[in-house]
Design a protein around this ligand. Structure first.
Ligand SMILES: [Zn+2]
Ligand SMILES: [Zn+2]
Ligand SMILES: [Zn+2]
Ligand SMILES: [Zn+2]
Length: 124
């Protein structure tokens, strides 16, 4: 079986087209941006997701700057916007605004609390 490789849009590494994860930068959407909510393909610059209608820009909880939701890292400060699912058997990285894991459906409460705390700190 032949394998086809395609460059990761984030780091340029050539990876197999059926990969769900870039082996170099760890991005979960190596070939296109995805809505963190409904996983529909999204484009940078659109105001809202065509699948679920969520806005495609949010405020980074590290630096308070606006950032695009289709990437794992903040546009402004480069810090990770992902939190880990609290279900030990799942552990999938989830976008910080997600309150329920999109993979296993578990509520993500502890990490959400930490983020609320960080946002409070930023606003002072
Ligand atoms: Zn990559
Ligand atoms: Zn969506
Ligand atoms: Zn930031
Ligand atoms: Zn999960």
């Amino acid at each position: 079986m032949a394998t086809y490789k395609q460059p990761c849009i984030h780091c340029g590494e050539m990876i197999e087209r059926d990969s769900r994860l870039c082996s170099k930068c760890g991005s979960r959407s190596p070939f296109g941006y995805r809505c963190p909510n409904c996983l529909k393909a999204i484009t940078r610059g659109s105001p809202a997701c065509s699948g679920c209608g969520r806005p495609l820009e949010t405020t980074c909880f590290h630096c308070g700057q606006p950032t695009f939701v289709g990437v794992d890292k903040c546009d402004a400060c480069g810090k990770s916007l992902m939190i880990r699912c609290e279900n030990k058997r799942c552990g999938e990285p989830q976008f910080f605004e997600i309150s329920k894991c999109v993979v296993c459906g578990k509520d993500i409460k502890k990490a959400q609390k930490q983020i609320e705390y960080l946002i409070d700190q930023n606003q002072q």
